[in-house]
Design a protein around this ligand. Structure first.
Ligand code: TRP
Length: 334
């Protein structure tokens, strides 16, 4: 508990261009959660270097992501928006937790297997212990809830196991975090292959709508979205392309899929796709405008970065000192 509220932690990597999927699936919900919880939203740049990065690109993208957090509606005075690398406790706790995590557990992580297969030339130890750093992120802030997508569930389960193991030995040190499973975010699929998730690392630019796409580009991508030859706008698994467009339209307009189906009853795909494009643009417009404003105010963003890192550091250090004492490190002399 901080300020009488439960604590929420989540993070996102600054690799690739953020997509509409990232916004509708995650960030939009983060905004709604920020009143109820004391929120820490990190730009997890330390996780990013498990894959080789170009330094200046990573730095630029990290700053952009932080500004997108704000542009998407996260108030940086209320939410702690910060870079993971600015709080050294993440690395320090990760080391300790490494010593409480088994090789066998990490070997079972499906994301490691996928990434190792994809980056066979660079299977580094960081990639292997990635979930331990993630556990440190969460446990450092004594988070009660962690909103994550299904692809991160296994990592969250491991986090809980590590925390329980540690508490079992040393007493109640860590809060055991729960996955946030309230109103789950819309799962947005690729516009070109609706069996796959819309991804910022997709090679086909037509597959994803990027948050910074201009209105014409958005419209063009929506018009080109892969559908089917059924000719009916129905919300069912047999029509994955249309299903996805209904999800996008509904998430952007706040309607339910059923309402959307009713609205487009007997209408053609062409007309529906235009409406989807317009709905997306009406969501992106304010976000892009806010972002453009923030980009001009370097001093403001710098202040946010500095102050939020200090705030995060304060909370993190409290946990870290406790953990260091528990495992037997000598106390600091003051
Ligand atoms: N691994 C997460 C992802 O790729 C990002 C992340 C890092 C995270 N640390 C976290 C998410 C802690 C939730 C909590 O999506």
């Amino acid at each position: 508990m901080i300020n009488g509220k439960k604590v929420l932690f989540s993070g996102m990597q600054a690799t690739g261009n953020l997509t509409l999927g990232n916004y509708l699936g995650a960030m939009k919900n983060w905004v709604t959660l920020s009143d109820e919880y004391e929120c820490f939203y990190s730009v997890v740049d330390m996780h990013s270097i498990t894959i080789r990065q170009d330094p200046s690109t990573l730095r630029q993208r990290a700053r952009k992501l932080l500004m997108i957090y704000i542009a998407a509606g996260l108030d940086p005075e209320k939410n702690c928006l910060y870079y993971q690398s600015h709080v050294s406790g993440h690395a320090e706790l990760a080391w300790i937790l490494n010593c409480f995590t088994y090789m066998g557990e990490l070997n079972r992580m499906t994301q490691f297997k996928d990434k190792a297969a994809k980056h066979a030339d660079n299977i580094n130890a960081g990639l292997f212990t990635y979930p331990v750093l993630m556990a440190a992120d969460i446990l450092l802030y004594q988070a009660d809830v962690v909103p994550v997508g299904v692809d991160q569930m296994q990592h969250l389960e491991l986090t809980r196991d590590i925390a329980q193991r540690f508490n079992g030995i040393y007493g109640d040190v860590f809060t055991i975090p729960e996955a946030y499973v309230g109103k789950v975010g819309a799962k947005i699929m690729s516009l070109q292959d609706p069996s796959r998730k819309m991804s910022k690392s997709d090679e086909n630019p037509n597959a994803s709508i990027y948050l910074m796409d201009d209105p014409d580009t958005v419209m063009r991508k929506c018009k080109r979205a892969v559908t089917d030859s059924e000719g009916q706008i129905l919300y069912r698994e047999e029509q994955p392309g249309i299903h996805n467009l209904i999800d996008i339209y509904s998430a952007c307009t706040g309607k339910t899929p059923e309402e959307t189906v009713k609205e487009f009853d007997k209408k053609g795909y062409g007309e529906f796709k235009m409406a989807v494009g317009e709905a997306v643009n009406s969501v992106l417009k304010p976000l892009q405008e806010h972002y453009a404003q923030l980009e001009k105010d370097k001093a403001y963003i710098d202040r946010i970065i500095k102050e939020n890192a200090q705030k995060a550091e304060y909370v993190a250090t409290k946990t870290l000192r406790k953990v260091q004492h528990k495992v037997g490190f000598p106390d600091r002399i003051r």
